[in-house]
Design a protein around this ligand. Structure first.
Ligand SMILES: [Zn+2]
Length: 242
């Protein structure tokens, strides 16, 4: 049975993700960087919260955890390797382990690069990937702690998931990512189409995500980089892009 997923905008450009296991109704949120929007989303469903999933320790992904848990319940799940700098974890997980949401299970994937302890959650039945600040639509996370080699391996792991996988990332960066991506691959038709789609989505006040892995494989220059050197070069160019 699938897992349904909804983007909940918070802060200036973050997304908390609301998930529901359709077989059991079990509910999760991922990366509540702000309590209010996450609580409102859970209360609209009208069930207690089962899980609070955390991809990494940055404040814009975890600042709402204590208040959400106090109000809605939910077990806090995050990387064992980063337990010392995450909110108090009820379940510390390691890459390769799984997390149950009702009748569905998410695989924990190691995705260092943006931070060294960053993880992603993949629900294979629902085709849902919660990838935090590792993979964005048309972009990837800044290398704040990890190396380009680590990010390359992390992106390769995510790119290997089924092409229909919904990519649920941590930020609404698609339009600005598109401007840079078009300087890297100006003739890429899939990228040109995706940039136009994102512009229309934002003009209509809608999120540009989730996107699909198929779309990112076709249009995202970071996911398409053939080797570490190329990824490092475009990551540096993006850091300096205005
Ligand atoms: Zn971050």
């Amino acid at each position: 049975m699938p897992v349904s997923v909804t983007a909940v905008p918070c802060l200036s450009d973050n997304y908390t993700w609301l998930l529901q296991d359709e077989a059991t109704g079990a509910v999760a949120v991922c990366d509540p960087g702000e309590a209010g929007p996450a609580i409102a989303a859970v209360e609209r469903i009208g069930r207690p919260l089962d899980l609070i999933l955390l991809t990494h320790h940055h404040g814009d992904h975890v600042a709402g955890v204590a208040e959400v848990q106090a109000r809605c319940g939910g077990r806090v799940v995050g990387a064992a390797a980063d337990a010392h700098r995450l909110p108090r974890l009820d379940q510390a997980v390691r890459p390769g382990e799984t997390v149950a949401l009702g009748g569905s299970r998410a695989a924990v994937i190691d995705t260092p690069g943006h931070t060294v302890g960053h993880i992603a959650f993949h629900f294979p039945e629902g085709g849902v990937l919660l990838c935090g600040d590792t993979l964005f639509s048309l972009g990837c996370g800044r290398l704040l702690e990890g190396s380009a080699a680590q990010m390359f391996e992390s992106l390769r792991r995510l790119a290997a998931l089924p092409e229909e996988t919904l990519v649920c990332c941590g930020h609404e960066y698609t339009e600005s990512n598109a401007r840079f991506a078009l300087t890297v691959e100006p003739g890429n038709e899939a990228l040109i189409a995706r940039a136009a789609e994102a512009r229309a989505q934002r003009a209509a006040g809608r999120p540009t995500v989730p996107t699909t892995l198929a779309q990112e494989r076709a249009a995202n220059p970071f996911l398409r980089a053939p080797d570490v050197a190329r990824l490092a070069a475009i990551r540096t160019a993006k850091d300096n892009f205005r």
